[in-house]
Design a protein around this ligand. Structure first.
Ligand code: TXA
Ligand code: MG
Length: 326
């Protein structure tokens, strides 16, 4: 069923009131967070939560993250909360860290896909935080993209992909971080990172004084940890500078190229861009750049390998899923 999707302005108190009203009546609002845009619904309303899955075309066995106003709300959602959760919260919240904890029995099974655990996060976007403080409930929100597509980092991208399927998009500008949150599992005997993100294992280890394991991403048997997540529709290839120059020589007019830090002098391509050298800026631009190149209808997008260190792990994880070959 097609519905008309309102574009709301996060700087307008009138529009914020509309967003709240939609969420209170069980509707769907795409919200800005510091990582990527989320598709939000009242997490205590199972029908509203179900409609998230329908709008995204997401299988119902993929659990959702619940966004809350502060660490004081943890007890409303989770039980057997270990002290380390509060330590991490004090250090990294509001921010791009999702904690997995044991869920409270009253949390609808639709949110957690029937699992006994729940993902919780306090987002750092000030407009969203103010909205969460006013609401009587937390909001379940996956990234606001159709299933398996790139996560949106601006309102226009959400609107282009989700218009007609959701009630509103709250435009809060470009996302500052640009990649999804780190997910850390606090339910086992050891802290375990289930999704690499902007907060690294080393930062978590330093904050907690505890060892942190980080299995290769695809080894973790978690619903939703799907290899071919985050894909543009145009095939994305990763390569060295030499491989990309070779690809340009063969097919320059039909490909777009993204170089790392500096551009070599090359024959022409349909589009050549240079990605920032610095990791935070690279991450901030990555999805938006891929999304805009995807819209050109070319044969391929080539991206030069970024660095490989610990700090770049989240970028390389997402690229490993987005790329046709790596
Ligand atoms: O930065 C983010 O985390 C963004 C913004 C909107 O907050 N959200 C996001 O949500 O990326 P989503 O649904 O696209 O990805 C959430 C991931 C999924 O891979 C899901 O399987 C995992 O979190 N997840 C959520 N709850 C879980 C649980 N109880 N156990 C295991 N994995 C869980
Ligand atoms: Mg997602």
């Amino acid at each position: 069923m097609m519905i008309s999707t309102q574009l709301l302005d996060a700087t307008s108190t009138h529009d914020i009131a509309i967003a709240k009203e939609i969420l209170r009546r069980g509707g769907l609002v795409a919200i800005p967070t510091e990582t990527v845009y989320g598709l939000a619904a009242n997490a205590m309303n199972p029908i509203a939560v179900k409609s998230i899955f329908a709008a995204k075309g997401r299988p119902s066995d993929h659990p959702l993250i619940v966004h809350i106003a502060g660490a004081d709300k943890l007890v409303d959602w989770a039980r057997e909360i270990p002290p380390v959760a509060y330590r991490l919260a004090a250090h990294f919240w509001p921010g791009p860290l999702t904690m997995l904890l044991r869920k409270c029995p009253h949390v609808p099974a639709e949110v957690t896909a029937g699992l006994d655990t729940i993902g919780l996060r306090v987002p750092a976007n000030p407009v969203l935080l103010a909205l969460l403080k006013d609401l009587e409930f937390g909001v379940a929100a996956p990234s606001a993209n159709p299933y398996k597509r790139l996560s949106p980092t601006c309102a226009a991208q959400v609107f282009a992909q989700m218009s007609g399927r959701i009630d509103a998009v709250l435009d809060g500008g470009d996302c500052e971080v640009g990649l999804e949150s780190t997910i850390v599992d606090l339910t086992g005997r050891q802290l375990r990172i289930l999704r690499a993100g902007p907060i690294t294992a080393a930062q978590i280890a330093q904050c907690t004084g505890m060892p942190v394991s980080q299995p290769a991403q695809h080894d973790v048997a978690v619903p939703g940890n799907v290899r071919e997540h985050y894909r543009p529709q145009t095939p994305l290839y990763m390569g060295t500078r030499e491989q990309i120059v070779e690809a340009i020589e063969m097919k320059g007019a039909r490909i777009a190229c993204l170089f790392y830090a500096t551009a070599p002098t090359t024959p022409g391509t349909a589009k050549t861009l240079v990605m920032p050298k610095e990791k935070a800026l690279f991450a901030q631009r990555l999805y938006k750049t891929l999304y805009s190149l995807d819209g050109l209808g070319l044969d391929a997008i080539w991206l030069e390998f970024p660095p490989n260190g610990e700090q770049w792990r989240d970028v390389n994880d997402r690229l490993g899923r987005a790329a046709a070959i790596l």
